[in-house]
Design a protein around this ligand. Structure first.
Ligand code: GLT
Ligand code: MN
Ligand code: MN
Ligand code: MN
Length: 386
């Protein structure tokens, strides 16, 4: 019943299941996973798509012939396994040339190189049919605050994105951009740190309609924010172009845990939001297996992400169908029509009427809302007793 199917639109980055467990304190613990094998394995598990950074597929500095061979083999694997590439992105953080950032690096040669690399990666994404192009500003930020003018940095970010928007248009690609915020790590402070910062920034671009967000669970939790609310605001703005699903234990380093492994209640409300508010994009997992795992553990991890999403989806169905919850919500949201008529759009008459209205302040102030009951019912749904 919870088995992932194509219509669930689950996707994984090559770098996620391909994560080899290296961290700042320890070396690789798993061997490399070839992209072709990843595509086969993910398809077997029921995934729909796979995403990648340019260098997850084509090594940095590969020759043109090598690139073409790799892309040919990869496209064959996609076709053989009925898999799509919903999203592609650029690695602008791994190579030492990007140690001071890419689009916001102080060195204009680095900024120009970042643009060149991104154009080539956009071409690669377009070649495999990616309709969404993600920008995660990995090293766009500072350690030494004195090193950059923060206003200039925002301008540089804008300049680069405007350049690339125009490039995509010139090439005639059917592609939209999704910007991914993160508050810190690997830099001690990253520019455009949260969904809210990103949404405001997008409106300053030359063609905001082409640009949305790619929020990640772990990243907003690192900033101590309510992810569900951030995603809701992005949806309301028509800007939820893509999403990175994973999990995280509070505001620490970026943990990228298996989806739904930690914050079950908020992930329940996230799935509820995505399923009910018309999100049709990829359910993309940007997470990786614990460092303790071998290859089998990686596939256990991948299947777990998808199954948990589907289990939460089933919980949403139960929540919505529960008579007691339904009645409670109806009562809470029913309201009083006399006052309802005084709300909404402004009119002079309404304002006058509102000014003259008597409110029973004591009754309103003394009201109980039954949220304890509502929340407990939610918990009972989640713990499987309803
Ligand atoms: C990197 C980062 C992720 C981004 C990926 C896209 S790469 O793993 O931690 O959050 O989504 O660049
Ligand atoms: Mn991410
Ligand atoms: Mn992360
Ligand atoms: Mn990450």
């Amino acid at each position: 019943q919870y088995k992932p199917r194509k219509e669930d639109r689950f996707s994984f980055g090559l770098w996620t299941v391909g994560n080899r467990g290296r961290d700042p304190f320890g070396d690789f613990v798993r061997p490399e996973l070839a992209p072709v094998k990843t595509v086969q394995k993910l398809a077997e598990l029921g995934a729909w798509g796979v995403s990648f950074h340019d260098n997850d597929l084509v090594p940095f500095g590969a020759s043109a012939q090598e690139r073409d061979r790799i892309v040919r083999e990869f496209k064959k694997a996609l076709a053989d396994n009925d898999m799509v590439v919903p999203m592609a992105t650029t690695n602008l953080f791994f190579h030492p040339i990007f140690k001071d950032g890419a689009f916001t690096a102080v060195d204009p040669a680095v900024r120009a190189f970042a643009l060149q690399k991104t154009m080539a990666a956009i071409d690669l994404g377009a070649e495999v049919g990616a309709k969404t192009y993600v920008f995660w500003g990995g090293r766009e930020g500072v350690d030494a605050e004195a090193s950059k003018d923060p206003v200039e940095s925002v301008k540089r970010m804008r300049e680069a994105l405007n350049f690339l928007i125009q490039y995509v248009k010139d090439q005639g690609y059917e592609m939209r951009f999704a910007l991914e915020p993160k508050p810190n790590e690997p830099r001690s402070d990253t520019y455009l740190p949260t969904i809210g910062h990103m949404l405001a920034f997008i409106n300053t671009l030359d063609d905001p309609s082409m640009v949305g967000v790619n929020p990640e669970v772990a990243h907003e939790h690192m900033a101590g924010l309510n992810f569900v609310h951030g995603v809701a605001q992005a949806l309301d703005a028509g800007k939820l172009f893509h999403i990175d699903l994973n999990d995280q234990k509070g505001p620490r380093y970026d943990q990228d845990f298996r989806f739904g492994s930690e914050n079950i209640k908020s992930m329940f409300f996230l799935v509820k939001l995505l399923e009910e508010k018309g999100y049709t994009g990829a359910r993309h997992f940007d997470a990786h297996a614990y460092r303790t795992e071998d290859e089998q553990g990686v596939w256990d991890f991948a299947l777990g992400c998808m199954r948990t999403y589907n289990m939460l989806k089933e919980k949403v169905r139960r929540f919505n169908a529960d008579p007691e919850i339904k009645a409670l919500l109806q009562q809470l949201h029913g309201g009083d029509q006399t006052y309802g008529g005084l709300l909404g759009e402004y009119s002079k008459e309404k304002a006058q009427k509102l000014k003259g209205t008597q409110f029973d302040v004591d009754v309103l102030a003394n009201r109980g809302y039954q949220y304890e009951k509502l929340d407990q019912l939610t918990i009972e749904i989640l713990l499987g007793t309803r």
